[in-house]
Design a protein around this ligand. Structure first.
Ligand code: MIG
Length: 823
């Protein structure tokens, strides 16, 4: 297999060298004894094939490959180097098979072909190359450049496993979740190993989370590869050899899902069909959150709360970082700082604030501490290969760590939240769960894990540790809070973590560069299956000035998770900390978040229910336009609002690209033609925003926190278009699981205009009752003067034009057909 072999293994250690102290120390912990490089082995030619249900087994006489039809558009491939597959278990994919589909196998002289309705998987007899092609266009989407291969690991057993695919000349790559460089991944190499990456910079790799899933686009069509392997893994997108894309891992099984497009949106939705979507969060979680390391003592917390209300800056949550605990012992309180936490939480709640507290994985070694005692008695803490406890220093000093890959441990730990929940704590924040350990970085490789009964060392469990921790938190809260939706946030994660928590992007820096990094990171997480994400607004370490903080707040309005946070050694960092004009601008933008609340919430529903990402980068809107493969600083939130964050210091304008169609400037209502670039004014008090023509964007009055006021009339902003557009609005109780019993409303609006009419049709589904009786309609951009308005064939007696020349009138919320007719 000549030079196809490459020297991936050597390159992986080179990538490691680029990394920082923790990795070096980790190697010291696990001295790599002089292992002679063993030659890589490749699949030979196919000797036999066997079908078993929806699985096909190909063999070269020794190794075996399983090709499994998951659905019409998803096919899974597995490799067993000596014919024995590993246990078929995955933390990411709870259920592999989807709906039963029709498929058939055929063969010719050269290859086998397994075809579903949409895609064909070819397996070539001579060299075992596997490829996937679209049945309609015949375009080959993904194709092996060499057969799957492996190399024995003498130190730990098992194999290093490798796949090498062709990288097409015009192909670009997206995804991989948590990377801090350009959105387009082509020409670069990455590794996945959850890392506490304090003050990371541009292109630092790896970071906190592992999402071994990428999307390729070439010939205007997209496909995805999900390499479901929890070991340290690597991806190379044409860096080593521009004609090859490869991925490999330090152990485990070579197992991947091919996910068909042709649209990037299809790929992401199908990835969600494997790994799940984010639960519908409680509505308050979409408000503005204020965090700091740390707000204490309780007078400080009260002071922050009072300032928000007095200054009329909306806020829904205040966070307590590690200092609320007694000596950093999880599930305890520092009674000096917080003498009566229940009372404080109640007072905050009376003012409309939710309290969110941090819980870390490190449990202090202290025989007088109930959590440690219980964990020790039950033998729930991780152990080394020779049975010593895994001990490491974190905030509390010497700690032991629950083995969250053990379901019993998860149930136990999840139950520990009981007292905090009873005190009224509304949300939980799991930090340090890469896991992070001072000095050594993380656990040594030889730490053993239960791994759902399948057992494994830390090499295998490392990347899922954080996900299993927050799963324990989430599941615990589901039981403790009964019908109330949990709110959880995690730093580390693996594919599928979105089923249990939202994420923040870790310890970023107060710099303009980091504003850019954060903008890309949130978009990348969104197309990588982690939609509910946000950055530390303002930057965790370092000092932003008023301008940077305000630009960050503006962008943060359109981060699915909107939270300001800062490190302990920085100056005060609240929306008013920089004085005027910043405070007023920050207020205006945080208010915008609350005005758009019904829209944002609807977008979350669309994600939860249908698997649409929340943020959609330009490439997802127009993947056939190659320029968009390189545009990375604009996105839509849902599909109606285009957001163009201002990322340059001192900017008073910025260049924007408007996708095809027509767009209204959100601030001026000016109508612009899409498919072109514009220079748009963007003084500090402005961030360019656009509404898609034809949209219906619901709006609430400004509130100081979610649910502060009853909404008596719902404002609907209707943007005229001379084509047809669908919009929708989702409503429910906001904090329960009643929607699972159909207690929700999904209202669909169809808007269609011509030069004499605008039609709006409404269809309603679900059993919830809206809290308002009336719609207050605001119609933007009507190209004609109004003669009359018919609502279900009855004429509306009263309408007017407002100061921005928009048509205003009211109707009952139950109409099904509305028509605005020219005079
Ligand atoms: O070692 O809890 O990323 O958000 O404020 C630092 C203190 C531990 C890291 C988190 C950060 C948090 C901080 N934590």
């Amino acid at each position: 297999m000549e030079e196809q072999t490459g020297n991936d293994r050597e390159m992986s250690s080179e990538a490691t060298q680029e990394n920082l102290a923790e990795e070096i120390v980790q190697h010291l912990n696990n001295p790599v004894t002089d292992i002679k490089p063993i030659e890589k082995q490749y699949l030979g030619n196919i000797r036999s094939v066997r079908k078993e249900g929806n699985r096909f087994y190909f063999s070269d006489g020794d190794a075996k490959v399983e090709v499994r039809i998951v659905s019409d558009e998803i096919i899974r491939v597995r490799l067993a180097p000596h014919g024995v597959f590993l246990d078929d278990f995955s933390y990411a994919v709870p259920e592999v098979d989807q709906k039963v589909t029709v498929f058939r196998m055929s063969e010719d002289r050269e290859r086998y072909a397994i075809a579903t309705n949409t895609v064909t998987c070819f397996v070539s007899k001579e060299n075992f190359h596997i490829s996937f092609a679209d049945n309609v266009t015949s375009q080959v989407m993904s194709e092996d450049a060499s057969p799957m291969h492996w190399e024995e690991n003498a130190e730990f057993g098992g194999y290093y496993v490798f796949a090498t695919k062709k990288c097409n000349a015009e192909e670009n790559f997206f995804g991989l979740g948590d990377k801090s460089g350009n959105f387009n991944l082509r020409g670069r190499r990455f590794q996945n190993w959850n890392t506490d990456a304090y003050s990371y910079g541009w292109d630092r790799d790896p970071l906190y989370r592992t999402v071994p899933f990428y999307i390729g686009i070439h010939g205007a069509a997209a496909y995805g590869i999900f390499f479901d392997n929890t070991f340290r893994s690597y991806f190379d997108f044409g860096k080593e050899d521009e004609s090859k894309t490869s991925f490999w891992a330090d152990g485990g099984e070579l197992q991947y899902y091919y996910i068909h497009g042709p649209h990037m949106m299809d790929v992401v939705k199908r990835y969600h069909s494997l790994t799940g979507t984010h639960q519908l969060p409680p509505r308050w979680a979409l408000g503005y959150h204020q965090c700091r390391w740390s707000y204490y003592p309780e007078t400080k917390v009260r002071d922050i709360a009072r300032n928000f209300r007095e200054r009329r800056i909306p806020c829904d949550a205040i966070y307590l970082d590690i200092d609320y605990m007694d000596g950093y012992r999880c599930f305890t309180w520092n009674k000096k700082y917080f003498p009566d936490p229940k009372k404080m939480i109640k007072e905050l709640s009376d003012q409309g604030f939710k309290t969110v507290v941090m819980i870390d994985p490190g449990i202090k070694v202290d025989d007088n501490y109930w959590v440690f005692k219980e964990g020790k008695e039950k033998r729930y803490f991780c152990r080394r290969s020779d049975d010593y406890y895994m001990e490491g220093h974190v905030w509390p000093g010497r700690c032991q760590f629950p083995d969250f890959t053990n379901p019993k441990v998860r149930t136990w730990f999840g139950g520990l939240y009981k007292e905090l929940v009873e005190m009224g704590v509304a949300g939980f924040w799991n930090d340090m769960n890469e896991p992070a350990v001072f000095g050594s970085g993380t656990f040594p490789n030889d730490v053993r894990h239960n791994y759902e009964g399948y057992r494994g060392s830390h090499r295998k469990a490392h990347n899922v540790y954080g996900m299993q921790m927050v799963r324990s938190t989430y599941d615990g809260l589901r039981k403790l809070q009964r019908n109330k939706r949990p709110f959880t946030i995690t730093r580390a994660g693996y594919s599928g973590v979105q089923r249990y928590a939202c994420v923040w992007t870790g310890d970023n820096v107060a710099s303009w560069e980091h504003l850019k990094i954060g903008n890309i990171q949130c978009q990348r997480l969104s197309v990588s299956g982690i939609p509910f994400a946000g950055t530390d607004i303002g930057g965790f370490s370092g000092e932003p000035d008023g301008e940077l903080f305000t630009r960050w707040i503006q962008m943060g309005v359109f981060s699915p998770f909107m939270r300001a946070h800062s490190a302990g050694d920085t100056r005060e960092r609240e929306p008013w900390s920089f004085g005027e004009p910043f405070e007023s601008i920050n207020r205006k933008f945080i208010e915008l978040r609350y005005r758009l609340m019904p829209y944002l919430y609807s977008v979350f529903w669309e994600h939860h229910r249908y698997g649409f990402p929340i943020l959609r980068p330009l490439v997802m809107l127009e993947q056939e336009n190659i320029s968009n493969h390189y545009r990375q600083d604009e996105f839509t939130f849902g599909d109606k609002i285009l957001v163009c964050p201002v990322l340059e210091q001192g900017a008073t304008a910025r260049q924007v690209y408007l996708p095809k169609g027509q767009w209204y400037n959100f601030w001026t209502n000016e109508l612009l033609q899409g498919g072109a670039e514009y220079n748009i004014e963007a003084r500090l008090e402005d961030m360019p925003l656009f509404a898609r023509a034809g949209s219906v964007i619901p709006e609430y009055p400004v509130m100081q926190y979610v649910g502060e006021k009853n909404v008596d009339e719902l404002l609907l902003n209707v943007y005229y278009a001379d084509y047809e557009v669908n919009s929708f609005l989702y409503e429910d109780h906001g904090d329960t699981f009643a929607f699972e019993q159909d207690i929700y409303l999904e209202k669909k609006y169809n808007v269609r205009g011509d030069d004499r009419n605008l039609y709006i049709e409404q269809a309603v589904e679900g059993l919830y009752t809206s809290m308002y009786e009336l719609y207050d309609l605001r119609v933007i951009g009507l190209p004609f003067t109004i003669g009359k308005i018919l609502v279900d064939d009855r004429e509306v007696p009263e309408f007017s034009m407002d100061e921005k020349n928009c048509l205003r009138f009211k109707t009952n919320r139950n109409f099904s057909r509305l028509q605005i007719i020219a005079s």
